[in-house]
Write a protein that binds this ligand. Structure first.
Ligand code: FE2
Length: 427
């Protein structure tokens, strides 16, 4: 090789090195990452009415979109359903967040056939979501499957995604997801809501959500805790609870199960009176499942809620509520029967507290991300708690002697995995 060629090579190498050295890593800002566009995103199914004949969908776009609609058709084996689709106009609401201005939309499909697969899409005529598929609930009593998760709250996209996706793998026929509050740690942060929607992705487009608000959905505003303004525009939920607590205190009857969300953040006494009436004579559901955020039996140090327990538990006893699903304590604890009720505290996100184990707990865990699968068939309720890897961590069965109002019989099916009791690292 000639000297000249060597010189050229050295020069080229030097230039290449300079280029590499000058390349910096670009961090995409939250504003850019969660920027709304004319293409619908944050699409989520919920119920505002009867799950056997209605289905609500909520989504978001940039505020440049003038007319938003949703289309729906009975699902067909091939693509021919597209020709049968009917169109519904969306209701829209302006959203001003810490990152942007956007619009939120909702449509409630009504007059649907029970136990039937439907496809729907949302958009503006030009920009559309994919056709998403869901199945309406059966009319009357039928086997039911759902999952329940405690606080997602922190590092949602990074560390909660695998948990909720594992939930779908282990309960692929689930009909809805119960979120027991503290969905995000800062409920005024559009970035965190963006993460929450991204983490579950298309699961939320195919399976209904059943959320209840936690204390983190109640930020301090002018010295008072009020429901975050971003909460209600993102969900389309029933307004059948205490007046003023629409979409946070509500119930849905599905396939013989009455699912109730209490809002444990405010006006607890009024909700007690409402619940007493709701569970009195006149409903025919064999099972009653409650969710709210603050536990009746706390599982972490210094977090007992005696007032809430004294106010609400006598009603749960009186009406023989079957299952109470809560969050807030960032640990896991499940009781045996207390009266006729099983109480659960669970956590699905990565934020962990120190467990305070007590003899009331049949099974407990620290430092463990969990989801719970509940399957109800006739007089039997099967419960499983599974870790983020899908490993079975806790299980029991409830049996009803005959009909609603009888005391349940509980059979524990706790697996052999030792209890995970080590405190989270760094505590
Ligand atoms: Fe909480």
């Amino acid at each position: 090789m000639s000297i000249r060629l060597l010189r050229w090579c050295a020069l080229l190498c030097f230039a290449a090195l300079l280029l590499v050295a000058n390349r910096t890593t670009e961090k995409v800002t939250p504003r850019e990452l969660h920027r709304p566009t004319a293409t619908p995103d944050r699409i989520i199914l919920t119920w505002a009415g009867d799950p056997s004949t209605t289905q609500a969908v909520t989504w978001r776009t940039s505020n440049t979109v003038e007319r938003a609609v949703a289309q729906i058709a009975v699902a067909s084996e091939g693509p021919e359903f597209v020709k049968q689709a009917r169109t519904a106009e969306a209701r829209s609401e302006a959203m001003k967040t810490d990152l942007n201005e956007a619009r939120s939309y909702s449509v409630e499909f009504t007059g649907l056939q029970p136990g039937t697969a439907y496809v729907y899409r949302v958009g503006d005529g030009e920009n559309w979501s994919e056709w998403n598929q869901f199945r309406t609930a059966a009319a009357g009593t039928a086997p039911l499957e759902f999952i329940y998760v405690g606080d997602a709250q922190n590092d949602i996209y990074s560390l909660w995604s695998r948990l909720i996706r594992q939930g779908l793998r282990d309960a692929p026929r689930m009909q809805f997801i119960v979120h027991a509050g503290d969905l995000v740690t800062t409920s005024t942060s559009d970035e965190l809501w963006g993460e929450w929607h991204q983490a579950a992705g298309w699961i939320n487009r195919s399976v209904a959500s059943f959320p209840t608000p936690g204390n983190h959905e109640y930020p301090q505003t002018d010295g008072q805790r009020v429901l975050a303004p971003l909460y209600r525009p993102q969900f389309t939920l029933p307004g059948n609870g205490v007046a003023g607590l629409e979409e946070t205190n509500y119930y849905v009857d599905i396939q013989g199960v009455r699912m109730i969300s209490l809002n444990s953040n405010e006006r607890q006494e009024e909700q007690a009176a409402w619940l007493d009436k709701l569970l009195g004579a006149g409903h025919t559901n064999r099972w009653v499942v409650l969710t709210f955020h603050h536990p009746i039996y706390s599982s972490a140090k210094g977090r007992d809620n005696p007032k809430l327990r004294e106010m609400w538990q006598p009603l749960f006893d009186k009406h023989k509520v079957d299952l109470v699903l809560t969050g807030h304590d960032h640990t896991y604890a499940r009781t045996n029967l207390v009266g006729s009720t099983v109480y659960v505290v669970s956590v699905s996100g990565p934020k962990m507290y120190v467990l305070e184990r007590n003899p009331r707990m049949m099974r407990a865990a620290a430092n463990t991300q969990l989801f719970q699968i509940v399957r109800i068939d006739g007089g039997t309720l099967q419960y499983e708690a599974r870790t983020a890897t899908g490993a079975l961590y806790d299980a029991f069965e409830l049996r009803k002697a005959n009909k609603r109002g009888s005391t349940n019989k509980l059979t524990n099916r706790v697996p052999s995995m030792p209890e995970r009791l080590d405190p989270p690292p760094g505590r």
